[in-house]
Design a protein around this ligand. Sequence first.
Ligand SMILES: *[C@@H]1O[C@H](CO)[C@@H](O)[C@H](O)[C@H]1NC(C)=O
Ligand SMILES: *[C@@H]1O[C@H](CO)[C@@H](O)[C@H](O)[C@H]1NC(C)=O
Ligand SMILES: *[C@@H]1O[C@H](CO)[C@@H](O)[C@H](O)[C@H]1NC(C)=O
Ligand SMILES: *[C@@H]1O[C@H](CO)[C@@H](O)[C@H](O)[C@H]1NC(C)=O
Length: 248
Amino acid sequence: MWKFMCLLAVLNTCYGGDESYINFGGFMCPREEEALSECLKDALNVYIPELATGLPKYGIPPCEPLMIPTLTIQQSAGPISISSTYTNVSVKGPASMKITNVEVNSSKHEVIAKLFIPELRMKGHYNLSGKLLLLPVEGDGNFSAKYGDIHAVLTIALGRLHRENGVDAIACEKLDVKFDVGSASINLANLFDGDNELGNTMNAFLNENWQKLAKEFQEPMEEALRDFLKPLADHAFGTLNANDIFLR
Ligand SMILES: *[C@@H]1O[C@H](CO)[C@@H](O)[C@H](O)[C@H]1NC(C)=O
Ligand SMILES: *[C@@H]1O[C@H](CO)[C@@H](O)[C@H](O)[C@H]1NC(C)=O
Ligand SMILES: *[C@@H]1O[C@H](CO)[C@@H](O)[C@H](O)[C@H]1NC(C)=O
Ligand SMILES: *[C@@H]1O[C@H](CO)[C@@H](O)[C@H](O)[C@H]1NC(C)=O
C-alpha cells in the first residue's frame, strides 16, 4: 500500500497540482523556459499535420489546400515591367511543415519558432501584361509554381486576455512569418495567346530568373502562411493560463 501511495505522490508531483508543469493540449510541458520550448516544439509537430485534415472539435476547418482568392503583383526591376494578377490560387504543402526550433521568452512575452517546409505547390489562374527586355508580353491562363526548401521564422507576440472571475488567458496578439526559399520554379500556360514557341522561351527566362522574381511573391505567401498558422496558434495558446507562460 505504501508503494502505491508513493507512486501516487510521485505522479502528483509530475502531473498534479504541481506548479512546474503546464498542460499544453494534452502535452505535459515543464515550466522552465528551455524545457518548455523543447516540449512546445514536440507538441506543435504533432498538431500541425492534423491541421491538414482539420480539427472539427476545435472548430478548425481543413486548411489544405490553402486558398488565396486574388493577388496582384507589379514588377518593375531593370528590364522587367510586368503587372500580373493571380486568382483562385491554391497552395499545398504548409501542413507538411516541421518545427525545428522553439524559443519561449517569457519576459518579452514572445515565442519564436523556426520551421522547415519541404515544398509549397501553387496553382491557379493568372493574367499578365507588360514588357520584358522591351518586348511586349501578355498572357492569360493557368499557372503552377513551386517553392522548395523553405525555412521560415515565426514570431508570436503573446498578450493577456482578461477573464472575468478567472485566471487571465493567453492571446496571440501578433503573428509574423518571414521565409527564405531554397528553390523556385513557375510555369505559365497560354502566354502570348497560346504561341508555344514564345511561351516556352518566356517560361524558360522566368525560371532562370525566378529566384529573383519570386521575391515579389514572398509577401503574399507570408500572409497566406500567417493565415494558416494563426488559428493553430490561437487554439494552441488559448488553452493556457497567462500565468503559465508569463513571468510573474
Ligand atoms: C475562381 O473561382 C470562383 C469560384 O470557384 C469562380 O466563380 C471563378 O470563375 C474563378 N475565377 C477564375 C479566374 O478562374
Ligand atoms: C528575452 O528577451 C529579453 C528582452 O529582449 C532579452 O534581454 C533576453 O535575453 C531574452 N531571453 C532569452 C532567453 O532569449
Ligand atoms: C486581367 O484581366 C482583367 C479582366 O479581363 C483585366 O481587366 C485586367 O486588366 C487584367 N490584368 C492584367 C494585369 O493584365
Ligand atoms: C485550368 O485549370 C482549371 C482548374 O484546374 C481546369 O478546370 C481547366 O481545364 C484548366 N484550363 C486549361 C486550358 O488547361
